[in-house]
Each structure stands twice: as C-alpha cells, then as structure tokens.
Design a protein around this ligand. Sequence first.
Ligand SMILES: Cc1cc2nc3c(=O)[nH]c(=O)nc-3n(C[C@H](O)[C@H](O)[C@H](O)COP(=O)(O)O)c2cc1C
Length: 218
Amino acid sequence: MDDSTHSPRIHIIWAHPRRDSLTGRVVNAISTEAQQLGMKIVELDLYRSGFDPVLEPEDEPDFTNPHKRYSDEVLELAGSLTGSDAAIIVFPVWWYSLPAMLKGYIDRVWNYGLLYGNGKRLPFSAIRWVALVGGGETRFVREHKDRYMEDLLNDGIAIYCGVENSTVTFLYNTLAYEEEADLSQHHQVLIEQARSVVRELNTGFSRNIERVGESAHA
Ligand SMILES: Cc1cc2nc3c(=O)[nH]c(=O)nc-3n(C[C@H](O)[C@H](O)[C@H](O)COP(=O)(O)O)c2cc1C
C-alpha cells in the first residue's frame, strides 16, 4: 500500500446508556471532525450494539493456554479492530473508572492470547481515551484522580496490550456543579476540546506519513 494515500482508520468505542447524552454528542463531534479530516470511522456503540459485558467461562482466559478459542462474539469484535490505525474510547467517568459496559468490553475482547500475551498486541498504534468527568478539574487534580486514571488506562491497559502511544483527555465539569458556568456554553467548550483530540491524532499520522516519504527518497 502507498502510505502517502492511506486514510487513517479510527475505531471509536463508546459507552453510555443514552445516545443523546453529552457523551453521545462528544462522539458525534469526534466522528464528524475525523471524517472532515479524511479519516475513516468505525463506531462501536456498546450499549446499542447488544454487547453483553459479563465475562462467562467461555471467555475467561486460560493463562496456561494462549491458543484458547473464545466465543464467536469476542473473536468477531477482536477481528474488527484489524486495519484500524487508532482507537478513540469515549465514556463518562463513573466512580473514577470505566462504566461496567466498557470495562466488560475490555475484559472480554482485549483478551489473553488474542490481543495481549504470547506475542499478541492490539493492532493499532495509538489510543485516545476521552473521559467525561462530572466534577471540576481543581479537585480532581488535587486528589490525583487524573494520575490514578492515567495510570489505569495508559499503563494498566494500553501499554499492557502493546500500545505505548496512549493519552487520556478529561472533559471536566460536565455537570457544572463547581463553577457557575452556563451549561450549554460549557458543553460546547468540551465538545471543541474533544475535536482537538482528533486533530492532534491526525497531525501525528501526517508526520509519520511524511517521515515514510522522506526516508523513501533519502
Ligand atoms: C454511576 C455514576 C458514577 C459517577 N462517578 C463519578 C465520579 O467518580 N467522578 C465524577 O467526577 N463524576 C462522576 N459521575 C458523573 C458523571 O461523570 C457525569 O454524569 C457525566 O460526565 C456526564 O456526562 P453525560 O451527560 O454524557 O452522562 C458519575 C455518574 C454516575 C451515573
């Protein structure tokens, strides 16, 4: 494939009980921005896809057997990641963590011998976590909740599954309890912040493509 004409493919994975939530609007903005930049989008809306986040015995990893065959659903979802250049994962922060739906997706699909372990890794090179935080930034940072979640998502999950290029963007104060913000205006600021995540990702891809071109002509 000629890398100079390759359109990056972005896998958006998200979890929220309501499609019309702020989280859903953030996903729409990310998807629109990416398409405007010429990226291809694959969207996995976990709630409305019928995904079951409960890990049953057939998808429990056998750490003595990296070749275990998992359920068809897991194999299909894992296979669908192939060909993507990056994942953008969007979710509301619930108890300083992931909603159970998203946690269950990672438990079941990013599975041992399939997407990590025994030489396996996630097939894409970058992950951007976009986390909507009900509370304000000041307290979140003062209590080191940002570092706690970055450690969990970047080190605990992304790097463990072979993706070094992983960052978390927190969209703070979604409930606007802390400051006297105009809620709809504040949400627009957060949506713009989410769009900038896509632009940053796209710039990184363009730089890589340039480097490929440069070395090819050196
Ligand atoms: C079960 C649950 C747990 C939550 N836990 C936190 C939390 O730990 N920290 C926080 O700042 N907000 C927390 N929130 C608030 C959500 O982050 C907030 O509702 C969300 O960011 C708003 O986006 P949405 O309108 O798309 O749901 C929680 C909300 C729910 C429903």
